[in-house]
Design a protein around this ligand. Structure first.
Ligand code: NAD
Length: 296
């Protein structure tokens, strides 16, 4: 089904996602505060509007891909009244706190619209290749409507439960990833100190029980996985600042539910220190360089 989609936030992720919705045959009206982002989206067939409100006015689905929960809630306060069509489907794909996702959905539903949270995993490469995994929180009926649309930007769309459940899945997944990147980095640093080559450790762990995505796809040392950011001076990739943000969301959620997540909290501290110390723009696997220094 061809839809009219309003897309707000055409940055590193939103830009390629909007472009893929155009490729999937939808009419996409898009807006971003950044002129550069608007121009890039226009080059991919997005009809750029003069404001976010104009992008959503005639839409039957509104997608947002914004930096933080504050941006999303502020945007919903402005966009919900601007959406003229009753029952417009609001889909927020940003990574934000579970509570903020529920607040945003409540704002949309109170105005007679429908809403799901649908954060994504797969990074910029996944967004460009329409290869994202999407985690959706909303009712069965909302998911039935959102699923086919989201299939245009991803290869896997999972209904995780009611509002906020998509964000819950996202922060749990990224807590696994943050902790496992630290584990892999510490293992390489320890292996080095024991005289073990990176390649030897990789050849064993990648086919043994230490195998994980942080090792085999995003290996934090140069060499064993030629496509990993370590081979290009840790150019992101998935920026350490975003990992620090996601682990902060996980730590906050754990604190509010009294779950200890000791490693999750330690990973949040390490990535926050790394990002604040100047590494925020590097790929998150660059945490290896500081862990190695600490063991040297
Ligand atoms: P980005 O900074 O590249 O893009 C965000 C865009 O939102 C910017 O272009 C900005 O100008 C625009 N914007 C901000 N406020 C706006 C407003 N009021 N109206 C219109 N446009 C506005 O960030 P990104 O990397 O695309 O990430 C977006 C979200 O996706 C974040 O929540 C992030 O955590 C999440 N995410 C990112 C990645 C990744 O690898 N980059 C992966 C998964 C999830």
């Amino acid at each position: 089904m061809t839809r009219t989609v309003g897309f707000v936030g055409l940055g590193n992720m939103g830009g390629p996602m909007a472009a893929n919705l155009v490729k999937a045959g939808h009419r996409v009206l898009g807006y971003d505060l950044s002129e550069q982002a608007r121009d890039r989206a226009a080059g991919h067939g997005v009809t750029v509007t003069g404001s976010a409100a104009e992008a959503v006015a005639e839409a039957d689905a509104v997608l947002t891909m914004l930096p933080t929960g504050r941006h999303v809630i502020d945007a919903y306060r402005a966009l919900v009244p601007a959406a003229a069509r009753p029952g417009t489907l609001f889909v927020d794909c940003s990574t934000i706190a579970v509570g903020d996702a529920r607040t945003a959905a409540d704002l949309a539903r109170a105005a007679g619209h429908r809403a799901v949270d649908a954060p994504v995993s797969g990074g910029v490469a996944g967004a460009e290749a329409a290869g994202l995994t999407l985690m959706v929180g909303g009712t069965e009926a909302e998911f039935a409507d959102a699923g086919p649309l989201l299939a245009g930007v991803g290869r896997k769309v999972v209904h995780c439960g009611p509002s906020g459940a998509g964000q819950a899945a996202k922060i749990c997944n990224n807590m696994i990833l943050g902790i496992s990147m630290i584990a892999v980095s510490e293992a390489f640093a320890l292996g080095e100190s024991l005289g073990l080559s990176h390649q030897s450790l990789y050849d064993v762990a990648s086919t043994a029980s230490g195998q994980c995505w942080a090792l085999t796809a995003n290996c934090p040392v140069p060499g064993p996985v030629p496509g990993s950011p370590a081979n290009r001076d840790y150019r992101a990739g998935f920026a350490a600042a975003l990992m620090a943000k996601d682990l902060g969301l996980a730590a906050d959620a754990a604190a509010s539910t009294d779950v200890p997540v000791e490693l999750g909290r330690r990973a949040a501290e390490l990535f926050a220190a790394f990002a604040e110390g100047g590494g925020g723009g590097l790929d998150f696997s660059a945490i290896y360089t500081t862990l190695r220094e600490e063991t040297a």
